[in-house]
Design a protein around this ligand. Structure first.
Ligand SMILES: [Zn+2]
Length: 171
């Protein structure tokens, strides 16, 4: 099943999400504790029933050098909803440097956008303005929280107190 578990760091900040079996294993191995469990579902084996975790907390603090979302091609596509940010198509997608690299544009969240190959080649070494292309959405750096909310599909109600409480930490 595709259910996900919110993993909290030892200080109760949101750390990541994982699958139910992985969460169960972490608790079983005493690496994490159960913080919240599903009210609707149980994990059943032949001989026993276990609460199904929805939120777990790690026993040991794991320090993260970077709490944001990794800058990858797939994550940029996700942020942009898998649409070319110039014409809106969902086909033949690639990444576009809004301010072209050749003109000092950085490889960063706020200068990379999803573009189809057609728009990308039409744009060439121009800025969107110069190429007469309009960006549907200004590229931005998603926070971990935004990413969870927008892209992980269904969010468990039981995650909310932990996410809102620590929201400031991700800014
Ligand atoms: Zn396009």
């Amino acid at each position: 099943m595709g259910r996900k578990v919110l993993v909290l760091n030892q200080d109760y900040s949101a750390f990541s999400i994982c699958s139910v079996p992985k969460a169960f294993l972490l608790v079983y191995l005493d690496k994490a504790e159960l913080v919240a469990e599903s009210e609707q579902f149980m994990l059943r084996t032949v001989s026993a029933e276990f609460p199904m975790p929805t939120v777990i907390r790690l026993h040991r603090y794991i320090s993260l050098p970077y709490k944001g979302v990794m800058l990858t091609r797939q994550n940029i596509f996700k942020r942009d909803g898998h649409h070319c940010q110039y014409c809106g198509t969902t086909e033949d997608l690639t990444l576009d440097h809004v301010l072209p690299k050749s003109r000092g544009g950085k490889t960063s969240w706020d200068n990379l956008t999803t573009a189809c190959k057609r728009c990308n080649s039409r744009k060439g070494d121009y800025t969107p303005d110069e190429a007469n292309l309009k960006l549907r959405q200004k590229p931005f750096k998603p926070t971990f929280l935004v990413f969870l909310r927008e892209f992980s599909g269904s969010l468990e109600q039981s995650w909310m107190p932990f996410l809102t409480k620590k929201e400031k930490a991700f800014k």
